[in-house]
Design a protein around this ligand. Structure first.
Ligand code: F6R
Length: 264
């Protein structure tokens, strides 16, 4: 795992945007895995800005989101489809026909939706770069604690903690979905590269368990320890409970100078 500790949330977003831009420069038709949530907003703002002011194009990109609420229609403002259109897709030149979420509204069978989503990812050639956040309880996507580390796209029931964490996004009398269709942990692990962003003190404990704890279904993000190419971008607050903070800073400096010398 490459753990990068940066000054603040804005630096986390701009470093993540640099990595996305580098990928798209080398591979304009890259397949991106995308996430919703508050942490990703600053990254989407950065990418939109680079599209508008620096010519970054998404015209050949395809994307697969980690998750979508079960039974929520795409035009519902609380759907993740609406979030993605509003915060990102409507502001860049991506072809929306190439943007996918595990949509399961109406009477569709969620099991079949999961199978189809897995097939769609395979048909696109797999995910080149998966962007994601982490829940306060260590979830990735909506793989809540106790999710199988070999899980594939399926329905998950959200935990009370996740519902509470996300209740800020719903008004008092609004329906808050308790079920979601999410890529599984094995689906996420198939991505070529993973970039996880975490900012703020409320993530510090989950980040420490992910990076330095045992690999365990009770902290789904800890499965990323088994992935070959993971970069974790943190601000100081999210990094606060890491025991090896100084070592990660030192390693990052070494890696940057290796990059300068050898371009890798
Ligand atoms: C969202 C998702 C979730 C969030 C996580 C962090 O698509 O998959 O795993 O990334 O809950 O959310 P924020 O950034 O709102 O704290």
């Amino acid at each position: 795992m490459e753990v990068v500790i940066l000054k603040n949330a804005e630096c986390v977003a701009s470093t993540a945007a640099d990595l996305v831009a580098e990928l798209l420069n080398n591979r304009p038709s890259a397949v991106l895995g995308l996430a919703t949530g508050s942490t990703q907003l600053a990254l989407y703002r950065q990418l939109v800005n680079r599209h508008l002011n620096a010519g970054l194009s998404f015209s050949q990109v395809s994307s697969f989101n980690l998750d979508e609420y079960l039974g929520v229609a795409p035009d519902n403002p609380q759907s993740y489809r609406s979030y993605m259109n509003r915060e990102f897709f409507d502001r860049i030149d991506i072809d929306k026909r190439n943007t996918f979420l595990p949509l399961c509204a109406g009477n569709e069978n969620p099991h079949l939706v999961g199978l189809r989503y897995e097939q769609e990812i395979l048909n696109a050639g797999g995910i080149d770069l998966q962007l994601m956040g982490i829940g306060g309880n260590g979830h990735i996507g909506f793989n809540e604690p106790s999710s199988s580390l070999r899980s594939r796209t399926r329905v998950k029931t959200l935990t009370k903690q996740t519902l509470k964490d996300n209740s800020r996004l719903f008004s008092k009398h609004e329906f808050q979905p308790k079920l979601a269709v999410t890529m599984g942990i094995a689906t996420i692990m198939d991505a070529d590269r993973i970039l996880l962003l975490a900012t703020g003190g409320s993530k510090a404990e989950a980040v420490a368990r992910m990076v330095e704890g045992p690999v365990s279904a009770m902290c789904p993000a800890s499965a990323l320890q088994l992935h070959e190419r993971v970069t974790i971008l943190l601000d100081e607050d999210a990094a606060a409970q890491l025991r090896n903070r100084d070592y990660y800073r030192w390693t990052y400096q070494q890696n940057e100078s290796l990059k300068d010398r050898f371009g890798v």
